[in-house]
Ligand binder design. Sequence first.
Ligand code: FES
Length: 248
Amino acid sequence: MMTTEQQTLEVTKADTRSSERHEEVDLIRVYIMGKRYMVPPTLTIMKAMEYAGYTLIRGVGCRGGFCGACATAYRILGDPKLYFGLACQTVVQPDMYLAQIPFFPAQRSTYDITEMEPIAATLFTTYPELLRCLGCGACTKACPQDIDVRLYMAAGMRGDIETMADLSFDCIMCGLCAARCPAEEAQYNIAILARRLYGRYLAPRSEHLEERLAEIESGAFDEVLMELKGLDEDELKARYKARDIEPK
Ligand code: FES
C-alpha cells in the first residue's frame, strides 16, 4: 500500500504527464513580445493574448472586424515574410511572433465637407502628399481587408473621386497601409475624403426614397402609424408576419 507521500507523488506525476500530453496535442507555441506561450490553436490572436494573461485596453474595439483598432503585424518562425491581419479575426499559427505596433500619428486634414467641391483639386489641396505616391504597393500588401490600396491611390492621383471611393469602400481605417508607406501617405484618410465627397455630391440620388420621404412628410402615413402605436406586441407581430413582402 502506498504512503500518502507516494500517492501525492504519483498524482503529481500523472498531472504532469497529462499536462504535457495536453500541450502536445492541444496547444501550439506562439511568442508574444518575445515570450513563449502555449495557446489553443483555435483562438484568434486577440483571444490568445488574453489566454496568455494580457489585458487588452488599447488596440481593441469591436472584436468583429469592423473598427480597425486591432491591426497587427506578425512573423512566422523560419519565414521571412511580414504578415498583417486583424487580431480579432486572425487565428494563431504555430511559432507566430507577435508584437504591438507602435502608435504613429497619420496626417489628417481638417475640413468642412459642406464647403468643398467634388473635384480633383479638392483632393490635391486637402492632401497634397497624394501626388507623392510611388505606386510601390506596400500598402496593398499590408491591407487586412484585401483592398488594392495602390489602385485607389492611382485613381486619386487622376482625380477620379468615384473610383477612389468605390475601391476603398471596405476600408476600416486600421492604418496598416500608412504604417508601411515609404512616401509617408495616410491613404485611409485620403480615401475617406473621397467617399465623403462622393456620398455628398456625386452618388446618384434614389428617386423612390425622395418620393417616400415626401409622402411621410405630407402625413400620408400618420393614421396608420397611430393605429400601429395602439397595438400590443402580439398584434404587432401578427401584423408584421402578414405584411406584403416584395417577391425575391
Ligand atoms: S477589434 Fe475592431 S477590428 Fe478588431
